[in-house]
Design a protein around this ligand. Structure first.
Ligand code: DP6
Length: 413
């Protein structure tokens, strides 16, 4: 994160002469060992370790500009062009903790100058659909906390603060593969995101996000996991008897770049999280018919190949995320196009986004005859083809600021 570390908040000349602002970006992460359950709701402490890969910000990212000025009359926040309540308790917790750390910093002139009491304007946007099961809260809170840390000059690890915005956000501060360690302490200070391997470690690893729905999910993950903790015995079994060994095995698989083991654990852990959801009372089902067809397609594809060549995982929504090696991307994209062809009138939008891939690989007759699915036209809206990328970073380009020289959003709905 060398680039990120060198970034400092800067004063821009403006109507409000003394405005101080910073703009940062943060990535989406997709867990392969899932976080599903809290042992402490207030501090957002998980029941188990989890592990994710960070996706490339070229295709999926949050951007946040945070600015303070003595001329601002109150604290305000805009998300995706719409003003939201600044009173959100999770946001307030993050802001409080950042300011507490700023006050603790030895010789911090901002304390004596009263700058910590200036009001703040925060503006944030995603370049992907919010609340579509694409971990938007993770990227959003990681970006918010990282921006605040830069704005107030806080050094060191802030993953434990991001965690208090949204648990999975602590994994979006770093790039590459990231483990969220449960921790032992009651105050949560040891429950953090740890870098396991950076984004250069496994360059052949690729990711396809299959967007089945870009609608808001019906049961959010916070409520869903709360109900699972309350009612699912299977969740306890998973936490005690399954996750610890899985974590060890997947860490080893990442280290050794052992795709087959990584992929099998990824699929099994997704299935287990969704089994816990079904064991919840009343049951929660995030996966829909299309999700289940994708699962079948991937297993039939792997059987045809004679080895695991693609792995699926699902979060709190019907969208699938596939982890696969570069050598299979073209074939898998052709497979998806064949069994989930886009609607003819796709409103001029491209079906495959992100990397411009060759998705025209001819599927062999043997492969086609080993797939038992009928094509479902329009069931997958689009595919984002991406890879593993770096963590949160400062944007030095002043034009990238989401706030104008008066500290107001450049774009508003
Ligand atoms: C299914 O981090 O969104 O994506 O901590 O309540 O904000 P809160 O939940 P959140 O949960 C993410 C759950 C998941 C699995 C994962 O990312 O590990």
């Amino acid at each position: 994160m060398a680039d990120a570390e060198k970034g400092e908040a800067s004063a821009t000349s403006s109507v409000a002469e003394s405005i101080r602002s910073v703009t940062c970006t943060a990535p989406v992460n997709i867990a392969v060992i899932k976080y599903w359950g809290k042992r402490n709701e207030e501090l957002i402490l998980p029941t188990n370790d989890s592990l994710s890969a960070t996706l490339d910000q070229d295709h999926l990212k949050s951007t946040t500009t945070a600015a303070i000025s003595p001329d601002f009359e109150k604290d305000r926040i805009w998300l995706n062009g719409k003003e939201e309540s600044i009173k959100n308790p999770r946001l307030q917790n993050c802001l409080k903790e950042i300011k507490r750390r700023a006050r603790k910093r030895k010789g911090n002139e901002d304390v004596t100058s009263g700058l910590l009491n200036w009001h703040i304007h925060i503006c944030s946007e995603n370049n992907f659909p919010t609340a579509a099961g694409l971990a938007s809260s993770a990227a959003g809170y990681a970006c918010l906390v990282y921006s605040l840390a830069k704005l107030y000059g806080i050094q060191g690890d802030v993953t434990d603060i991001a965690r208090q915005g949204s648990g999975s956000a602590c994994r979006s501060i770093h790039g590459g593969f990231v483990q969220w360690v449960t921790g032992q302490r009651a105050d949560g200070t040891d429950s953090r995101g740890l870098l396991v391997a950076d984004e250069k470690h496994w360059p052949e690893m690729r990711i396809l996000v299959l967007v089945v729905s870009d609608q808001k999910k019906h049961t959010g993950s916070t409520v869903g996991m709360r109900n699972s903790v309350k009612t699912s015995e299977f969740l306890n079994f998973r936490v005690e008897h399954e996750v610890p060994q899985r974590m060890k095995d997947i860490l080893e698989a990442i280290k050794e770049k052992d795709y087959a083991t990584f992929a099998e654990l990824t699929m099994k852990d997704s299935n287990q999280m969704h089994a816990v959801c079904l064991d919840t009372y009343p049951p929660i089902s995030y996966m829909n018919d299309t999700s289940r067809k994708i699962v079948r397609l991937i297993h039939e594809y792997n059987d045809h190949k004679g080895k695991i060549s693609a792995a699926y995982t699902f979060d709190a929504g019907p969208n699938a995320v596939l982890y696969l090696l570069e050598e299979n991307v073209s074939e898998v994209l052709s497979l998806i196009k064949n069994y989930f062809p886009p609607k003819e009138n796709n409103e001029g939008n491209s079906f495959i986004r992100g990397f411009k891939e060759d998705s025209a690989k001819e599927l062999s007759q043997e492969l086609k005859s080993s797939i038992s699915l009928e094509p479902s036209q329009g069931a997958i809206k689009y595919v984002i083809s991406t890879r593993i990328g770096p963590g949160a970073q400062v944007v030095e380009d002043k034009d990238a600021s989401l706030l104008n020289e008066n500290g107001m959003p450049k774009k508003q709905l």
